[in-house]
Each structure stands twice: as C-alpha cells, then as structure tokens.
Design a protein around this ligand. Structure first.
Ligand code: ATP
Length: 299
C-alpha cells in the first residue's frame, strides 16, 4: 500500500493552548479522508503543519513514504487552505494561466481543469462576476493544475448555498473517482458521511476515532428497558456478556450491546431469569448520535 502522508505523534502548542495533541494517522492512496471536528479542534492547524505553513512543536510527518523532502513533496500536492486571491478584473482562464506561470506548470491543462469543475462555459467571464460557489470551484481547478496526487481542502463548502454545496461535493467525488487522493477538513458530519471513505475525528486536537466512515456505524445498537423490579433488571443485564454498558434514563435503563442480539433473544433470557419486562425497544444510534457520543464522552 502506498502511503501518501504519515503523521506520527504530531503536537502543536500555541502558548498554553494545545491545538494538535499527539496526533497520528496515515493517508493511503486513492481514499477520501475527512478530518472532522468542531470549531477549534485543530483541523486547520494540522493541515497547516503538513503543508509547511505552521511549525510543529513535536512529532513527525512524512510525505510519500519519505521518498523526498517536504519541499519537493509539496509540488505533488494541491491545496486550498484559505480563500484564494484571484484577480477580479481578469477572466477565469487568465487567472488560471497566471497560476500556471507562478507554479511553473504548462498552461495546456487550463481548459481540462475548468471542465472538471464545470466552469468551461464561463472561462471568459471575469472573476468578479462569479458566485461564491463558482469562486470556490475555480480555486479547486487552480489546485488541480499540477495534477496533484492529493488534493487538500479546508472546509470546502463553508458559506455556500445548498446548490453550491452539492456541486462542490459532486466535484470532489468525481476527482476522487479519477484516482486523486483527497483530504478535507470539515465540521459537518453530514459532509464527511457523504463524501469521505475514511475519517479522523478530532476533539481538542486529539483523535477520538480514526478509520473507515462505515466503521463508525459498526455499533450493534442498544435496548431501552423497563420492569417492575429495576434493581434485578440492572443486575441481570450487568451479568450478560453481550451488554457493554448500562445507563439510567428516567424510569428506564438503556443497555448498549457489544455483539449482535435481537429483542426476542433478550426477552427470552429475561423471562428465564424470572424478569417480566413492561417495556422493551431495540434501537441503533444514527451516525449523528454516535458522533455526538464520541465527541461528548470526554467532557
Ligand atoms: N496562530 C495561532 N495562535 C494562537 N492560537 C491559535 C493559532 N492558530 C490556531 N490557534 C488555536 O488552536 C486551536 C485549534 O485551531 P484550528 O484553527 O486548528 O481549529 P479548527 O478545527 O480548524 O477550527 P476552525 O474550523 O474554527 O478553524 C484553537 O484553540 C485556536 O484558537
């Protein structure tokens, strides 16, 4: 497996604030990675470090299995980490041609990249006439001009209307489908769920979950239970190896599973132990509930 980026025990402190806290993860070729976390959780700082615009306090990162130094490696990376400065009175094509000159790449890819972001028919329009969504799409085209192996985007849909958001997400998926690895930072679970294959969830700079997006949803669910004898019910649940943890919620108990079990099976088991259930419901957390659970747990 080819590693595009490996981060080991990365830490960044700004005075008393630990923005990135002993963070480790690996980016493999061909996947779409999301760094997901609330505002201030260290997403932008992490991207800044690997793009050499923020100095790290401790830890390491290496691009392309350490095959080249960071300066060389970054020539194979396309990144948008802040709103790019295009010239308002120049057209889309003129702006991208200028970027080519600055980056030292051929201008023959300009039309192809405008096409990739759906702006070819607006190539001769001045930048100042573009909507926010079009400006963001032009930024993506600009980041693609050097045919990067990985495209890095910080909050790519921030401030856009629903249609603009949809267009950007579609474009990201199309770029990924052509084999470009993607790393994006987002505070939107929904965005990561829709666009990414892998996720690193950050809270206060530390990773709470790192793995496949569908792996986040691997929970086996939970039961909501009530009985005339809640003490006995609790004790019995505690003795079951398939129950992970139990919470009291008002009059009811919530029992989380660590392996598959359906409500009939649990009902039979309880019946055998002489417990009569007056309420039994099985539920599975939505991804959103699981995300909130993961990010709130360490409060
Ligand atoms: N230059 C800086 N000086 C001091 N503190 C900083 C600096 N840059 C970031 N921080 C702090 O580091 C923490 C992480 O910030 P960062 O911008 O990386 O988070 P984020 O997850 O990208 O959030 P947001 O989406 O709001 O940008 C925050 O507490 C922030 O205030």
């Amino acid at each position: 497996m080819e590693h595009i980026l490996t981060i080991n025990n990365l830490t960044k402190r700004f005075g008393p604030i630990t923005a990135v806290d002993n963070l480790s993860f690996t980016i493999e070729k061909g996947n779409v990675y999301g760094i997901l976390g609330p505002n201030g959780s260290g997403k932008s700082t992490t991207l800044g470090i690997v793009l050499n615009v923020v100095n790290r306090t401790a830890g390491e990162f290496s691009w392309f299995d350490g095959a080249m130094d960071t300066h060389e490696a970054l020539k194979r990376v396309g990144a948008i980490i802040e709103r790019p400065n295009f010239y308002p009175y120049m057209t889309a094509v003129q702006n991208l041609e200028l970027v080519c000159k600055i980056k030292g790449v051929d201008t023959d890819k300009v039309d192809e990249k405008l096409e990739a972001v759906g702006l070819l028919d607006r190539k001769d329009s001045k930048f100042r006439t573009f909507s926010l969504g079009m400006k963001q799409r032009l930024a993506i085209a600009s980041a693609l001009l050097n045919d990067p192996e990985i495209l890095i985007l910080d909050e790519p849909t921030n401030g856009l209307d629903p249609q603009g958001i949809h267009q950007i997400r579609q474009i990201i998926k199309e770029i990924a489908a052509q084999g470009t690895t993607i790393l994006l930072a987002s505070h939107l679970l929904d965005e990561v769920e829709k666009v990414c294959t892998h996720v690193v969830i950050l809270r206060k700079g530390a990773s709470l979950y790192s793995g496949r997006v569908d792996g986040m949803n691997a929970s086996h669910g939970f039961f909501i239970l009530e009985s005339n004898d809640m003490e006995q019910l609790k004790a019995t649940l505690e003795s079951l190896p398939s129950i992970d943890k139990i919470k009291s919620e008002g009059e009811q108990l919530v029992a989380y599973l660590n392996q598959p079990m359906d409500a009939t099976e649990l009902n039979q088991l309880m019946h055998q132990k002489g417990i009569v259930l007056s309420h039994l419901v099985k539920r599975k957390e939505s991804l959103e509930e699981q995300f909130l659970e993961i990010t709130n747990n360490l409060n």
